[in-house]
Structure formats: structure tokens, C-alpha cells
Design a binder for this molecule. Sequence first.
Ligand SMILES: Nc1ncnc2c1ncn2[C@@H]1O[C@H](COP(=O)(O)OP(=O)(O)O)[C@@H](O)[C@H]1O
Ligand SMILES: [Mg+2]
Length: 369
Amino acid sequence: MSTEALKRSVMSALSGIVHPHTGEDVVSSGHVQNLEVGDGGEVRFSFSLRPRDPGTLVKEVRTRAEEVDGVASVKVNVQLPQTAGAGPTPAAGGDGAGTPKQGGLQPGSVPAPTPRPGILADTDHIIAVSSGKGGVGKSMVASNLAAALAREGLRVGLLDADIYGPNIPRMFGETRRPKVSGEKGKEMIEPLEAHGVRLMSLGFLLEEEQPAIMRGPLIAGILRQFLEQVDWGPLDVMVVDMPPGTGDAQLSLVQTIDLDGAVMITTSQAVSTGDVRRGVKMFERVNTPVLGIVENMAGEIFGSGGGERLARDLGLAFLGRVPLDPAVRRAGDAGTPTVLDAPDSPAGQALGEVAARVFASVRNPETVG
Ligand SMILES: Nc1ncnc2c1ncn2[C@@H]1O[C@H](COP(=O)(O)OP(=O)(O)O)[C@@H](O)[C@H]1O
Ligand SMILES: [Mg+2]
């Protein structure tokens, strides 16, 4: 079949999907844009997910396209709505450089995903979540970022690389250990899956009693091999919960994984210790863009505003302020990320907005200050 004919078949299949709210089909409504078909049947298009669109819409569209005869693969560039008017705006020196463009992307401006050689080759975007020190809510934000993007219909992986305190599986209510499958010599590790997110923890590599001091060098040596053996499948986004700090373990991770960018988490008071600045410097040294700063646990106890000031100081985007909120602890106990467990709580809302900003900034790197 010619690529033109295949393109028409895909268009017609997609125009069979009716938007549950508007009653219009997703092609006429302009949700589907820039459809391209490669010689080998590779289909690629943009899908602009609008406020109040059901998150399942992307999955439905992808599945429908995959079912068309002659289609070999489907790549959907999901565009989340820009977060206009929602909470604090990114502060990039007040010159507007951190403000996302209005009205989403123009046709043709979606950059083609660049192939990633080797490790995690089938993943479009890899985002590290990092912090100057532990206990500031890094894992909490990483979990919610992953869960919020999965809720929008994206295929999301979450790698718990915090070898000093792996706890991501627990935050997703997972207590199983991953299965290993495949023939001898070619074994693959299957990620766990919870709340629509594929999960893997470097902690599974280590014995409980392994002293923390041995973990850094150990991980550096086996990280690549481990990551190559995890059967992630194709992913739109991979979120990496980094170990806190700027030591060897962090550096070897950053050098092994080709990151799109890093999100720095801090509390208002942790800002003053300089750890956050050192973290930002580490990423800059290895040419990994820092997407911005999130201030967590804002409120009377820890104060507020420090993260935003630091972002302004460093010329970085401010990605949002998450209040200290009992809903976060309850969600932790329930094994469900807050954006799913209590989406309307103050923290749930703030985390949803952070996720939208982070995703917008990896889709449009030029909008980050
Ligand atoms: N905004 C918040 N409101 C209430 N509790 C929070 C908030 N952020 C984090 N916590 C709690 O603080 C603790 C540390 O968070 P965690 O994500 O494990 O930190 P880190 O990964 O940086 O060490 C956890 O018990 C978590 O539930
Ligand atoms: Mg943690």
C-alpha cells in the first residue's frame, strides 16, 4: 500500500472516534494533527489533549491507529494544554522567557523524536527528578509526575534510582518483586505495573543489608546492564527518581541515561543550604538542562517562596509550589499517588499543574527559561 493510501486509511479509522463530550470526531475537531506515514508503515501524529478531555482518549486513538492494516508502529506526540492562569507562573527573570506559548504548538513545529542510541531506545522523553538532599519530597513528586502523565494517556515508566532509600514501589502499593522471563542467557526483567505506570527499582538489585556506602560504586558498575535488561516496552515518558545529592552515584546515572532534563525539588528552607545550587550545577556540567524548580511542603512550618526566589536567581523556570498537605501522607498510606487519590486536594491540584508544566517543557524546550 502506498503511504498516501495508508495515511487515508488511518485518517478514516481515527475519524471513527467520537469525542464523548463534543460528539465531534477527533479528526474534525482538530485533536489529530500532522499525521505522517513512513515507507515502512510508521505512523506519527500529534494529539492535542485539551482540558477535561478524558485521559483514555489518547489510548483509544493510538489503539485504533495500530489496528489499521499496514501500520507497523504508531507514535503519538501528545500535547498537554498549556497551564495558563493556573497557580504561580514560571519565573525566569520576569522577562517572559519562562512562560509557555499560548494556544499550543503550531502545525509543523512538533520536533521529530530523536532516536536514542542503545539504552532506553524506545523511550521518547526521560526526565530526572532530583534534589539537593533527602526528605524534601523528591520521590513523592516523581511518583505524582508519573501518575499524572499516565492519567493523560501517556505510556509512562518510573525508575526508582534512589539507592539510598528505594520506596517508589511502596508509594504505588506494590510489594511484589519483578518477574524475570525469557530463555536462559536472554532473560528480561518485567517491570511491575501499578496505576498505569511501569515501575522498576534499582533497590531490587540490592540486598536489604547492603551498607549504603557500597551502593554508589556497585550501582555505577551494573546500572547499564540492569537497565538494558528491563523490558520497558515503548514509553512516551520515563521519570527517574534520582538519588539525592551530587556524588558519584548521581553522576554515573546522569552519564548512563540520556536525560531530556532534570526537575529540582526543594523545600523553602532547604534552598538556603546551597545543596540545590550544587545539584543544578552538576546537571549543567554534564549538559543536562534543568527544567525548573519545584518547591514542596510549602506552608507555615517550612515557610514558602524560597524555591521561587531561587529559580529567579538562577534564571530557571519555577514549576510550582506544592503545599504541605495531609492528603499526601494519606495517599502514601493508601499506595496511590495523590493526583489519583485526592486530585482535588491542594497538593493534588498543585502536583497536576507541576506535571503539565514539566511535560510542556520537555515537549518545547525553548519555552523553558
Ligand atoms: N507536600 C507534602 N505534604 C505532606 N507530606 C509530604 C509532602 N511531601 C512529602 N511528604 C512526606 O514527606 C516524606 C518524605 O517524602 P519523600 O518523597 O520520601 O522524600 P525524598 O524522596 O526527597 O526523600 C514522606 O513521608 C512524604 O509522604
Ligand atoms: Mg525518596
